[in-house]
Design a protein around this ligand. Sequence first.
Ligand SMILES: [Zn+2]
Length: 168
Amino acid sequence: MVESRKSMIGQKHCPFCQTPARRTCAHLALAVEARDFVRRCVEMCQGQQSWQSLCQWRRAHPPAASRSMSLESGVPLSEREDFTWLETAFCAEFLQRLSWFGGTEYEWRAGPKPEQGGFWVLLWSKDPQRLWWELRDDLERQSAANVQLPPPVPSPEAWRTMPLNYAR
Ligand SMILES: [Zn+2]
């Protein structure tokens, strides 16, 4: 029982130089508790402004799925969502496509008391500084693109009633 748990929570090693994560090699861009992961990423790349405007834009233009979800659950979209994004969603949408992204792993780390332990996210990169620069550029690019986005596409009803020559 103890054995299997030990192996499950076993230490992670750097995918580039095999140093144990606890010893912090040059490829460990970030090691932080999962709930703080997104906030720390945004801080590390100094992209707070772009991130805030991205989050504001998303609140104003929620994807259809999340809009209906929040309507169904009755939970309004709120400010708090900025940093309560699941770190996996943030990874999938913002980190994984960066060329300096090296990978993420989870490691269980104990707190001062056993019940204070938690999952930490380890973010790897061959060159963390370049990863942060790349992330900042990407956030800036995305928030700038949103500002220039054309008005929303008319609903299907509006298209149907629209004269054909106008639609072209
Ligand atoms: Zn390393």
